[in-house]
Design a protein around this ligand. Structure first.
Ligand code: PGA
Length: 253
């Protein structure tokens, strides 16, 4: 069975102390994950080491960076490299969140480089894709997402691709309280899996975890995660509330 993952994306929220309290509240709630069920916390960069140390005795709980640069080192003021994450023991990174694409002009080409360098360092990229509202209204979401996959992921070898987690996040559903219906999520996840199958074969496609993101909450997680091609979620707002996120974790298949 594929990995089922609930990934928290804190974005640029919470003080260090608030972050500690939130993690303590979740980890001390008695929730335990085993087998194929995983939690990932994408915390702000200055909190990575703290979050990592808190996960020590919690199997299947991981920490992710929210972003990473495409170069290994050098004169890139303010950026964070893959080797830096490795040196902190961080093994997941979100790549290509729509906010990075929109506000920091990250292109499919740059994201391809970031995915590659993450994999070279044994860091699991959580690669985000998804369309904006006008694209959905024009019913062009499938070809839009296909292009994102082709330009950022499909030069990987099959072995490399199997180490990538994909997150489908329709931009019109992020932070808006407007979730894609579970049918819309399933439809796109199936499309993504079909695209992978067409390029790499059905067997490989069946191994890739595809998360849904966009206003996932405690009250809709179970239904969305229950769809056959949905393997968990990437959660923004609701991941900032311990009870909400715990319930989302319990909604994993
Ligand atoms: P949201 O954010 O859950 O607040 O909609 C999801 C995301 O941007 O990853």
């Amino acid at each position: 069975m594929r990995k089922q993952i609930a990934a928290a994306n804190w974005k640029m929220n919470l003080s260090y102390q608030e972050g500690e309290q939130l993690l303590d509240a979740i980890l001390n709630s008695g929730i335990a994950l085993s087998g194929n069920r995983f939690a990932v916390f994408a915390v702000p960069a200055p909190y990575l080491a703290m979050a990592k140390s808190k996960m020590a005795n919690h199997p299947n709980f991981y920490v992710a960076a929210q972003n990473m640069y495409s170069k290994k080192s050098g004169a890139f003021t303010g950026e964070i490299s893959a080797p830096m994450l490795v040196s902190l023991g961080i093994d997941h990174v979100i790549i290509g969140h729509s906010e990075r694409r929109e506000y920091f002009n990250e292109s499919n080409e740059l994201l391809a480089e970031k995915v590659k360098i993450a994999l070279e360092h044994n860091i699991t990229p959580i690669f985000c894709c998804g369309e904006a509202l006008p694209v959905r209204e024009a019913n062009e979401q499938n070809s839009f997402v296909s292009t994102q996959l082709q330009e950022s992921l499909f030069s990987l070898t099959a072995e490399e691709l199997q180490k990538v987690v994909i997150a489908y996040e329709p931009i019109w559903a992020i932070g808006t309280g407007k979730t894609a219906s579970s049918e819309q999520a399933q439809e796109m996840h199936q499309h993504i899996r079909n695209e992978i199958a067409a390029k790499y074969g059905k067997e490989i496609a069946e191994t890739i975890s595809i998360l849904y993101g966009g206003s996932v909450k405690a009250n809709n997680a179970k239904e969305i995660f229950g769809k056959p091609d949905v393997d968990g979620g990437l959660v923004g707002g609701a991941s900032l509330i311990a009870d909400e996120f715990n319930q989302i974790l319990s909604g994993l298949k």
